[in-house]
Design a protein around this ligand. Structure first.
Ligand SMILES: [Zn+2]
Length: 391
């Protein structure tokens, strides 16, 4: 790793002056793009999650499952428009709702393929999460009765190759303490790569102090492995299709970000000042400058030799009345014992009493279980686990 970083440092010095940023965000409608024979990218709208489709004579391999239910159904329809083959395998590149959430539309009969770490997390899913996973697509209620995603799942420790109908599909996990199970998918014959989280194009990466999206060192290790493949075309987790030059730009970015924090630490600056002064304005036209604060704190933790921030979470039960419903039921305000509490509905929230969050209305009586993290700004809203509604 030390030799590789020295190489990267050289690239930073020599590469930045010629690097030209370009604002990169996908269009208002999703696109289904043919990348090679039998290989397609589903490019999500407005940087929503992407997916990749590989058609073989033995069935379709789907890589990630769409940002939300409409996208997952759209992916299924696009697949049908190019082949009669059924989806038989679903590879998850990142264990987050926007990549994994559409899986109940395909499994079963499809089989999930994930990294061992993700398999452990799926195995530990709580009852409310399994219930909400089963309910995500009403048309799948009968097919998913009594099932959990772990009932049709394969996992692997570092590498796995699928040989299907004459095609070779390589799944690559880069071993790192903080790689939480991100998997790249490599098609050596066509030179197409799904680069998972590390392969963002022109976007400030979503690196967080709880290491829930990995760390900058994890990203550098993954990018080093992906660059070595010399892909012809790259499908990132989110955003426009990219290429080997974008992978290199991300390496330059991460190294510069780390260098900036290191310089401030060497000057003796405290973390609040580092967060205040940190910016990546050299990459001004990149998307999501809102990620700077978390990135500065994460790099500070990494360079200080600290592990992820661990936040203690307490589960609380509450009875009350809905007083405010915004964003189609995503954000709720309730009144309980004369107090106002703000709550957030996630893809893991199990809702009983109404079909889904879009049916929530002010005035409804509710019973809820939510998570209260220690030292958390309550104004942002707590994550709901269960919501029982009396309409
Ligand atoms: Zn994502």
């Amino acid at each position: 790793m030390r030799a590789a970083l020295a190489f990267f440092s050289f690239v930073v010095l020599s590469g930045l002056s010629v690097y030209k940023p370009a604002f990169a965000i996908t269009g208002d409608a999703a696109e289904f793009v043919r990348l090679a024979d039998d290989v397609y990218a589903y490019v999500g709208k407005k940087n929503d999650a992407n997916a990749m489709v590989i058609v073989t004579s033995q069935g379709v391999v789907l890589v990630d499952t769409g940002n939300n239910q409409p996208d997952a159904r759209d992916i299924a329809a696009r697949i049908k428009s190019v082949t009669d083959q059924p989806v038989r395998w679903v590879v998850i590149t990142q264990y987050h709702g926007d990549h994994f959430g559409g899986s109940p539309l395909f499994t079963p009969p499809a089989t999930l393929i994930v990294h061992d770490r993700v398999a452990r997390d799926i195995g530990a899913m709580k009852p409310h999460q399994i219930k909400s996973w089963r309910k995500r697509f009403p048309e799948r209620t009968a097919a998913l009765q009594g099932l959990s995603p772990k009932d049709m799942m394969m996992s692997f420790p570092d590498r796995m190759t699928l040989n299907l109908g004459g095609k070779r599909i390589e799944l690559i996990y880069v071993d790192d303490q903080y790689n939480i199970g991100d998997v790249a998918v490599w098609l050596p014959e066509s030179g197409v790569l799904h680069g998972s989280f590390a392969a963002y194009k022109d976007r400030h990466p979503d690196i967080r102090p709880d290491y829930s999206h990995g760390t900058t060192i994890t990203m550098l290790k993954q990018l080093e492995a992906l660059l070595a493949l010399k892909p012809r075309m790259v499908v990132p987790s989110h955003g426009p299709l990219s290429n080997v030059g974008d992978l290199q730009a991300m390496v330059d970015y991460v190294l510069l970000a780390r260098q900036k924090v290191r310089v401030m630490m060497d000057k003796g600056l405290a973390l609040p000042d580092i967060i205040k002064q940190f910016h990546m304005n050299e990459f001004k036209d990149w998307d999501r400058a809102s990620h700077f604060d978390w990135m500065a704190e994460t790099i500070w933790r990494e360079l200080s030799g600290l592990g992820p921030i661990v936040v203690k979470i307490t589960e609380r039960e509450v009875k009350g009345k809905l007083t405010k419903v915004v964003e189609a039921g995503r954000n709720l305000t309730i009144e309980a014992d004369g107090k106002e509490i703000r709550l957030r509905v996630s893809s893991d929230t199990n809702i009983e009493g109404v079909p889904d969050r879009t049916h929530l209305k002010p005035g409804m009586k509710i019973e809820a279980i939510y998570q209260e993290p220690q030292d958390f700004n309550a104004a942002l809203g707590f994550d709901l686990i269960e919501l029982d509604v009396t309409p």
